[in-house]
Ligand binder design. Structure first.
Ligand SMILES: Nc1nc2c(c(=O)[nH]1)N[C@H]1C(S)=C(S)[C@@H](COP(=O)(O)OP(=O)(O)OC[C@H]3O[C@@H](n4cnc5c(=O)[nH]c(N)nc54)[C@H](O)[C@@H]3O)O[C@H]1N2
Ligand SMILES: Nc1nc2c(c(=O)[nH]1)N[C@H]1C(S)=C(S)[C@@H](COP(=O)(O)OP(=O)(O)OC[C@H]3O[C@@H](n4cnc5c(=O)[nH]c(N)nc54)[C@H](O)[C@@H]3O)O[C@H]1N2
Ligand code: SF4
Ligand SMILES: [Mo]
Length: 774
């Protein structure tokens, strides 16, 4: 492949391949380069420990035949990309200047090209025979699956089978699987990895506003004067939204950044105010900030009077009752719970409430707690009570993790308790509506919510669920407390459709189906800001791989439910789905394939084909579904148009630290790797980026006789795993941190599967452990 000579060096952030750190040696020798550190006062330092994210650009490839509009395969930022093709191969990927990311990409975005050409793709179906996975034909594999599923359904009823999906499937795929299982087979056993990821945010939005999904958009970042970033390491996990936040800071130096995180992450390094709280104490912190809003007169009385109601559990309460509960959360008291100073809480509250426009961002640090729903509701409450909502730059914005957890799973209702567009399985009216829209007899949809992720794997273990289809997710690495779920894989008949083999999950499968991946198939993704956008099918699938959509339709036919899909293409499914959406406040009837193929995405609501899409929901003049044009806001998702403020008390940890397990473990991610690394570990340029470390505070290292680089065993009540010690004071004393990326160092043998009582999302962010030299 020929390359142009001149590299488009960013003058303000001069760099060259040889200034890149050792960590990126492989990369800098190749044909792309880091063009800028994302912040650090705008100066590129060449050090990855400078606290910056990075932007990347490839040296232009000159033999590109055609350019195609697409979307990055990785995170919920959902960057628009341009895909360069030559001779039927993807030869270049660059940021789309017309998309919200303004042409910028992080390292994973650039590598969308190489991920198509890495080793270890699953190439043909495999069936387990005498304990070993052996090559089989599609016909043999699909017949076996159909007969095992049919047998179970016949003998043990529809609830003996299940689908476990992913926020990385296309919308058409999740929608079809959901329809097959709920309207065809007649079971609500449909769940997926968004349960591990976005469930607390979804319950938060739904219970507060009546409808799921954030009301704001990325553009709000350009208007905010104060950012409240909590439980989110944006610089590594949503680097291009982070870059937009940094743009705002650069153009408006008074912009104030508050970061709440038990670790001093690359995000936290840039904070103007950093609250390094004890894990799991968010509820106390936010209650205390709300206490301060009242004390300092920062509450918005008009909002309270006209747009808010107060709630405790399922009971209405008065504002006075809510206020008196706050008395327990004076900054002094909250400070001792959270492990920070009262002065920090006061300042955070003042900055948040007093700024012209405050925007919050949060992700797994909130969602993955046993009080995840409570923490979500309280961040929303902070915006509602101070009126920091519904204006440019003033919005509570939950960042979505995966590229299609929002549109694909939350909005299609591909979860065990849900039906499309915010409907609920348990609601007879909602079932009837969906039965009519799906054109199936009344009573088809089961009134019983299915198994959520954790309970599904428990049911596979106990034998209640006999057959499962797992698609585009690797649960035997990503579920918490995985050891018992390995047994679940042995006990049930499990089909795994994955683009790669082996993975921790395919290893235990009865049937492995080779899946086509990104750009080997096309479809619709939706990212954090309700933007639907389209990924084109540009290359042939590897080997005998088929798209997940084709697999679902084939299974539907073989189970006798082919008539649910009278037209067989994804385009037909999209048509069906956008028309169904018109019967709801998630209306995107105006978003056609045609439009998506010609522009980098559209934000719903979008009721007709002339509508440009909606930046701010619930806002008169912006949201086409708002009825009262004279109102300040219209929370039309709620029957009385009033959003709910929930009372929540700070709870106790679900498991105690004691002499045997004196420390806390928290888990998360690094910039360069994606989840279980099935893709990123196979990319040459990322192979050497380490994810085998356990971060330990120097005081704890001294206490347990650990040196930097020592092998260390971390153990909980459930299991243990070995890592390499990395000593750092970026972490709170008493807390250790590992990523869940590495399949060699499975941290989820140690984590706990305790779940939030409302969202059923597990708490990956806090469990009691011991450490010792291994
Ligand atoms: N590079 C990269 N990017 C990704 C992904 C990836 O695998 N790699 N995955 C994508 C997906 S699916 C997701 S869900 C997102 C996740 O994105 P993030 O949520 O930003 O990532 P995490 O590292 O899981 O956790 C975020 C932060 O929460 C903090 N935290 C832990 N406990 C608490 C607490 O009790 N309170 C508060 N306030 N904070 C706490 C952690 O220290 C951590 O810094 O990233 C997406 N983007
Ligand atoms: N300890 C700990 N554990 C966690 C978390 C944490 O913070 N800490 N975070 C949780 C969160 S937020 C998430 S989202 C989950 C993610 O957990 P997983 O979803 O299990 O992680 P991935 O590695 O993204 O798995 C996707 C799988 O799909 C395959 N694949 C890729 N493309 C395709 C395709 O088009 N079709 C098919 N069929 N397969 C494909 C990949 O090879 C891979 O095996 O992890 C959760 N687990
Ligand atoms: S920020 Fe997310 S969507 Fe954008 S290039 Fe990076 S991984 Fe892809
Ligand atoms: Mo996630």
């Amino acid at each position: 492949m020929s390359k142009k000579d001149g590299i488009n060096r960013n003058k303000e952030h001069p760099t060259s391949p040889d200034t890149a750190s050792d960590k990126y040696d492989g990369l800098s020798r190749r044909d792309f380069m880091r063009i800028a550190s994302l912040s650090a006062a705008g100066v590129f330092t060449g050090s990855l420990m400078s606290g910056c994210g990075e932007l990347w650009e490839r040296q232009p490839v000159i033999d590109v035949d055609s350019w195609h509009q697409g979307v990055c395969r990785f995170c919920g930022t959902g960057c628009g990309i341009k895909i360069g093709m030559s001779d039927g191969k993807v030869v270049d990927v660059k940021g789309d200047p017309a998309a919200h990311n303004r042409g910028r990409l992080c390292i994973k975005g650039i590598l969308n090209r190489e991920i198509l050409y890495v080793e270890d793709r699953a190439l043909y179906p495999m069936i387990r025979k005498n304990g070993e996975l052996e090559r089989a034909s599609w016909e043999e594999a699909m017949e076996l699956i159909a007969s095992r599923f049919s047998q179970s359904i016949q003998n043990s009823g529809p609830d003996s089978v299940a689908f476990y999906g992913s926020g990385q499937l296309f919308t058409e795929e999740s929608y079809s699987a959901n329809k097959l299982f709920k309207a065809g087979i007649g079971t609500n056993n449909v769940d997926g990895n968004p349960r591990l990821c976005m469930a607390s945010a979804a319950v938060g939005y739904t219970s507060v506003f009546g409808k799921d999904e954030p009301m704001g958009c990325y553009e709000d970042t350009d208007h905010a004067d104060c950012f409240f970033v909590t439980g989110s390491n944006m610089a590594e996990c949503h680097p291009i939204v982070w870059e937009r936040l940094q743009d705002r800071k650069r153009s408006n130096p008074d912009t104030f950044l508050i970061v709440v995180d038990p670790r001093k992450t690359r995000t936290a390094e840039h904070a103007d105010l950093f609250l390094q709280i004890k894990p799991g104490t968010d509820v106390a912190l936010y209650n205390s900030m709300i206490y301060e809003f009242y004390r300092r007169g920062l509450v918005d009385l008009e909002m309270i009077e006209d747009y808010l109601s107060f709630q405790s559990g399922s009971n209405s309460i008065t504002e006075e009752q809510f206020r008196s509960h706050l008395e327990k959360y004076t900054p002094e008291r909250a400070a001792s719970v959270c492990g920070i100073s009262a002065e920090q809480i006061r300042e955070a509250a003042f900055r948040f409430g007093n700024s012209p426009a405050t925007m919050s961002f949060w992700t797994m640090g909130l969602n993955q707690q046993i009080q995840g729903t409570a923490a979500n509701r309280l961040v929303m409450a902070m915006h509602l009570l101070t009126g920091q909502i519904g204006r440019p730059g003033a919005t509570p914005f939950s960042l979505t993790g995966q590229p299609n957890a929002g549109g694909g799973v939350r909005d299609t209702g591909s979860l065990a308790h849900a039906l499309p567009n915010g409907r609920l399985v348990a609601n007879p009216k909602h079932r009837k509506e969906m039965e009519e829209l799906w054109n199936v007899p009344e009573g088809t949809i089961s009134p019983n919510p299915g198994h959520h992720a954790i309970s599904l794997f428990q049911a596979m273990n106990s034998g209640d669920v006999e057959c499962a289809l797992i698609m585009s997710t690797n649960p035997i690495q990503s579920l918490p407390n995985i050891l018992p779920y390995r047994d679940a894989m042995e006990n049930a008949f499990v089909v795994v459709a994955d683009a790669f083999h082996p993975t921790e999950t395919t290893k235990y499968a009865d049937v492995v189906l080779p899946a086509a991946m990104w750009a080997e198939k096309g479809g619709v993704f939706s990212q954090s800001e309700r933007r639907y956008h389209y990924v084109p099918n540009l290359v042939e699938p590897k080997g005998e791989a088929r798209s997940d959509f084709d697999i679902i339709i084939d299974l539907a036919d073989r189970l006798g439910h082919g008539d649910l899909f009278p037209n067989r293409t994804q385009a037909d499914i999209w048509e069906e789905w956008r028309k169904i959406s018109a019967h709801s406040t998630y209306n995107f009837e105006g978003i056609t394939y045609e439009r998506l193929k010609n522009q980098p995405g559209i934000l719903w609501p979008c009721p007709d084909e002339d509508h440009p899409g909606t930046c701010r929901r619930y806002v008169p003049g912006e949201d086409p579904l708002v009825k009262d044009e004279d109102a300040r806001l219209d929370f039309y998702g709620r029957p009385d148009g009033r959003a709910l403020i929930y009372l929540h008390e700070q709870g106790e940890p679900y498991e105690n630290q004691n002499e045997k397990f004196p420390l806390l473990l928290t888990t998360g991610r690094v910039l360069e790797h994606w989840h279980t690394e099935t893709i990123t570990r196979r990319v040459d340029d990322l192979k050497n980026i380490k994810t085998d470390f356990l971060e330990v505070h120097p005081a704890d290292a001294a206490r347990y006789g650990l040196q930097d680089g020592d092998d260390v065993r971390v153990a909980s009540r459930r299991g243990d795993a070995e890592f390499v010690t990395r000593i750092t004071d970026d972490i709170r004393e008493g807390l250790v941190f590992a990523t869940f990326h590495s399949a060699k160092h499975l941290v989820n043998k140690v984590t706990s599967d305790a779940v939030d009582p409302f969202s059923r999302q597990p708490d990956y962010k806090r469990c009691a452990v011991s450490i010792e030299k291994a």
